[in-house]
Ligand binder design. Structure first.
Ligand code: SF4
Length: 360
């Protein structure tokens, strides 16, 4: 048994949230002897962060400004978009070109970098030399759905450190074991998760779930286990998590992760549309915090995937601060403690909500 700490913060001001996470993490002490610092965002395609696929620009800007304040000058943003997409186009479309000009940082397209061939458990892969040679690597993934791995967050984001040839090879090898192997070879020093509006179920975005949350920590596996729970999955549902635990001989579970919340969520103004709006049709929100409604949306998505949504029988699930002190049949979150069928938590995880719904 072991403990890992993940810092969590709620809100809409990504820059201020980033600074608070960095303060809580003690970034000054962590980077004091580090020269060459690389930020590795998720820029899988050239799409705006609001669409649910890519890392918000404000996080990168605030992080670089903080590092400048600490006297750090050798900073680069490094990424390689997925096969078939242009990283340069993603840099331009996602605002990194503007950041580079304004803040004087380098942009590294890892597709065009030189590579070092590494091997783990018989799997060979070409990893960007820039990534391997930096002094301090900061991973900036988006917590979102994924069509093959179900969820992507800290560990899978490192795939952007590979050559396109290795990315293709990963898929030929079944994706899960190679992702675990890559994480045995490359270990970011810090991971800051953009969980502001990650996509419901697809890495390319299109159905963002307004969540207004960010997280930070130095243990990518703990972050992914927690992220899975926030999306309604058990750790074992994301196949590369148990593989990396086995590789590293670790025995880490959700209960071992200490979550330090830096503030409390506030009532949001989400107006979900598309697939998220359809799932929101099963809810009855009243002054619901975005993170609370997002957990419920993810739980409903899992229930729907399991073919169990009919157990709601047309009933809607209450959620939000407007339900405090009232009674209802089904409710989600501590504000709905008057529910005949409910789950506590402020906000509850999607996994806990899913268990409650499965017991209906
Ligand atoms: S339980 Fe209430 S206060 Fe807590 S996150 Fe949910 S809606 Fe917000």
């Amino acid at each position: 048994m072991e403990a890992s700490t993940v810092y969590m913060i709620y809100g809409k001001d990504a820059a201020a949230m980033t600074r608070s996470l960095l303060d809580a993490y003690g970034i000054e002490e962590r980077v004091k002897d580090k020269e060459r610092i690389i930020l590795k965002p998720n820029l899988v395609t050239p799409s705006r962060a609001e669409e649910g696929a890519t890392t918000h620009t404000e996080i990168m800007s605030a992080l670089i400004e903080c590092l400048h304040d600490l006297g750090k000058t050798d900073i680069a943003i490094a990424e390689g978009s997925w096969v078939g997409a242009s990283t340069e186009e993603a840099f331009r479309h996602c605002g990194c070109l503007e950041i580079a000009r304004r803040l004087g940082v380098k942009l590294i397209d890892t597709k065009k970098d030189s590579f070092r061939t590494l091997e783990y458990d018989g799997m060979r892969m070409e990893v960007s030399e820039a990534i391997l040679s930096c002094d301090y690597l900061i991973n900036l993934p988006v917590l979102k759905g994924h069509c093959q791995t179900r969820m992507t967050a800290a560990m899978k984001n490192l795939k952007g450190c590979l050559s396109d040839r290795s990315k293709r090879e990963f898929h030929r090898m079944g994706l899960m074991k190679p992702i675990a192997a890559l994480n045995m070879l490359v270990r970011p020093d810090l991971t800051i998760v953009d969980s502001l509006s990650g996509d419901l179920d697809f890495e390319e975005g299109g159905n963002p779930v307004e969540t207004d949350r960010m997280m930070a920590g130095d243990d990518p596996v703990a972050i992914d286990i927690l992220g899975a729970s926030l999306m309604g999955y058990a750790a074992d549902d994301i196949p590369y998590i148990p593989i990396v635990l086995e590789y590293s001989g670790r025995n880490l579970s959700l209960e071992d992760i200490e979550v330090r919340e830096l503030n409390r969520p506030e009532a949001g103004t989400a107006r979900p549309s598309g697939a998220v709006g359809r799932l929101a049709g099963y809810t009855d929100p009243s002054d619901a915090c975005s993170a609370c409604l997002a957990s419920l949306i993810h739980a409903l998505k899992r229930l729907e995937e399991d073919g169990d949504i009919s157990r709601l029988g047309g009933r809607k699930i209450a959620v939000g601060q407007g339900w405090r002190g009232r009674t209802m049949e089904i409710g989600s979150g501590t504000c709905c403690s008057g529910a005949a069928h409910g789950v506590r938590g402020c906000p509850p995880s999607a996994s806990d909500i899913l268990r409650m719904l499965e017991d209906l």
